[in-house]
Write a protein that binds this ligand. Structure first.
Ligand SMILES: [Zn+2]
Length: 623
């Protein structure tokens, strides 16, 4: 979650933040939720500069690192309609074109299918699967089928999405803290090492490539579509077993589709119906001032309970104290609130403000006087404020992600009992936990979970991101650790960070300050011996000299000179990249015994060099 206020950003900053957020979303590790992206940041840009090119450009996808494939036809975004009026306009534009072409309205049929919320991809005639990419070229992600992604119809080439079933996600993964099945699909497609949770899902056949042609559908005329606009959407979505974010409507008349064509952004014969949630008015009863991990004090409005999209809402965030002041919020004020999908309710309008709203002056958690920083109220008692200490500890366990039992209630109990740092928590034994009020069973559990957290392998960027250094979340930790080992971090400078692509001066300053503040804790934790898997340094991959350095290899078949895993490890050490399946970007396919002909044919078709195990060894030895 970001604490940034879009209103305070320059337009260039806002656009680069939107790009970053959009890329992170497509990468499977979103930095803000969809609703905040659309209705806080994107809407700010729309209001400020409705003609900004960012609003009509195709959003770029991350490079999945595999070979590039050209799509048979461009994969574009879809125009959106939030109301029956907007859909009518779309229908009118199509009818106009139809008249020009002497096509009667009764010849035109429309179909409506669920709009899947997954990773869009194109399944081609040649059996390869490609991501959307920039719309014209995508990455070859065919290897996801070898990992266990189920292809629902290998006979039907066309556009679809890699998705996970709602049922599997709800039953198995939601409780483990995974936020959205889409992120998991992206993770599975994008990484060579699929984590255990996802492997189980793959074994279960829960992750699938679903072509749009295989989805349940409604078919009818324009008139029926307009008359039953809401019910058609409900009916189509109810029958879908995958996550959705709308309904896609398109015409089936091929000649008309062709003459309508497309803009740089979308096809004119297709539209996505989306629900804009309905706002309701409510009265503020009280404001609670919550102190967050960073010391920011956030005003939460307690309101008369209202029902929005099927959920009872009695609390709404006002984001920052500046809003309370400028919007005149407080007891008796009336606000208009909306909530879309599963996300948090948001103020869309102030119907009646109050004069001189009351603003907190002291921290509710520690009693320290609050200070203003721009629009935000801050408690600067960072080390002595229980709320900040608790939230930071909770953040560590949540981000590290390998430990159960350290939720907010346990943490509050620990902090109250004086076990208020990571150092103290990790130094505590069962008796210590019992002495602050945990039962014997739970105490035993807590200790064994801590022990487990040391042993289980964790990516070093996840570990670093867990300390909550401002501007250094997991994505940026990974980027930083591609340039410096974690042990080197206390010696790096602001310039070192600024030199890395993607870090600006402001973030470099915050990161250095954060590292200085937190290094003793980080170092202490490192010395406990966490089992960290290291991010590979970019410099190391570039510097190795070997005949296979920088090449992408696939090993297949039974090897006779040693185990295939050992050969892979050796190749990695020689600077090669190992792929799990042949793609357009593969350089060499190394074949042991008993290799199926499909693999060889595919390699040949893609122009990949094929070597026997023997040839491969002589390539290495000749150098
Ligand atoms: Zn405080």
């Amino acid at each position: 979650m970001t604490d940034q206020d879009p209103k305070l950003m320059k337009t260039t900053e806002l656009v680069s933040f939107l790009k970053e957020a959009s890329l992170a979303y497509r990468n499977g590790s979103p930095i803000i939720d969809d609703h905040t992206y659309d209705h806080v940041f994107l809407s700010e840009l729309e209001a400020r500069d409705p003609n900004h090119p960012f609003l009509t450009e195709m959003e770029a996808e991350p490079d999945f690192g595999s070979g590039k494939l050209k799509h048979p036809r461009p994969m574009l975004s879809i125009e959106k309609s939030y109301s029956v009026e907007e859909t009518k306009k779309w229908v009118n534009r199509i009818n106009k074109e139809a008249q020009k072409k002497n096509i009667n309205e009764d010849e035109i049929n429309v179909i409506a299918t669920p709009k899947l919320d997954g990773l869009a991809a194109y399944f081609r005639e040649d059996g390869l699967l490609a991501t959307r990419g920039d719309g014209n070229h995508g990455n070859d992600i065919t290897s996801c089928f070898e990992k266990g992604v189920v292809n629902l119809d290998i006979e039907a080439p066309g556009v679809g999405e890699v998705v996970m079933t709602n049922e599997y996600f709800e039953k198995n993964l939601k409780k483990l803290g995974y936020a959205h099945p889409r992120n998991i699909c992206v993770g599975v497609v994008n990484s060579d090492d699929v984590n255990e949770d996802f492997k189980l899902a793959l074994n279960d056949g829960a992750i699938r490539f679903v072509p749009y042609s295989k989805l349940n559908r409604w078919e009818g005329s324009f008139q029926e579509l307009i008359e039953n606009h809401e019910t058609i959407q409900e009916q189509v979505l109810k029958a879908c077993e995958y996550p959705t974010d709308g309904v896609v409507v398109e015409i089936t008349h091929n000649d008309l589709k062709e003459s309508l064509g497309h803009t740089t952004h979308h096809y004119r014969w297709q539209i996505a119906l989306k629900q804009r949630s309905i706002a309701k008015e409510t009265t503020i009863k009280n404001i609670i001032w919550q102190t967050k991990r960073t010391g920011r004090v956030t005003p939460v409005l307690e309101v008369e309970t209202i029902e929005l999209s099927g959920a009872k809402v009695s609390r709404v965030t006002a984001h920052h104290a500046g809003n309370v002041k400028s919007l005149g919020l407080g007891k008796g004020a009336i606000i208009s609130v909306e909530r879309s999908g599963e996300v948090i309710p948001k103020i869309v309008d102030v119907v009646k403000s109050i004069p001189n709203p009351e603003i907190a002056t002291i921290c509710d958690s520690c009693g320290e006087s609050l200070v203003w920083q721009r629009d935000f109220l801050m408690c600067v008692n960072h080390t002595g404020c229980p709320a900040q200490v608790e939230n930071a500890l909770e953040h560590f366990f949540k981000i590290h992600g390998q430990v159960d039992g350290f939720g907010s209630k346990s943490i509050a109990k620990l902090v109250e009992g004086g076990i208020d740092t990571l150092q103290k928590i990790y130094a505590s034994n069962e008796e210590d936990f019992i002495s602050v009020g945990f039962g014997p069973g739970q105490s035993k559990n807590l200790r064994s979970e801590l022990d487990r957290s040391l042993v289980v392998e964790t990516e070093d960027w996840r570990f670093l991101g867990a300390f909550g250094i401002p501007q250094l979340g997991r994505g940026d930790s990974r980027r930083l650790l591609q340039h410096y080992k974690i042990e080197e971090l206390p010696t790096i400078t602001m310039n070192d960070i600024e030199d890395i692509d993607g870090f600006a001066e402001v973030s470099a300053r915050d990161i250095i300050k954060g590292l200085v503040d937190k290094w003793s804790t980080i170092n202490h934790m490192l010395n406990l011996g966490f089992n960290l898997s290291k991010t590979q340094l970019l410099s190391e991959t570039e510097e190795i000299e070997s005949p296979i350095a920088g090449l992408k290899l696939v090993f297949t078949g039974k090897m006779t000179s040693g185990s295939r895993d050992d050969m892979k490890k050796n190749a990695l050490n020689l600077g090669a990249e190992i792929q799990s399946a042949v793609s357009g970007k593969t350089d060499i396919l190394i074949c042991g015994e008993n290799v199926g002909s499909t693999k060889l044919t595919k390699a040949e078709k893609l122009g990949v060099k094929v070597l026997s195990e023997e040839d491969y060894h002589s390539l290495l030895n000749d150098a």
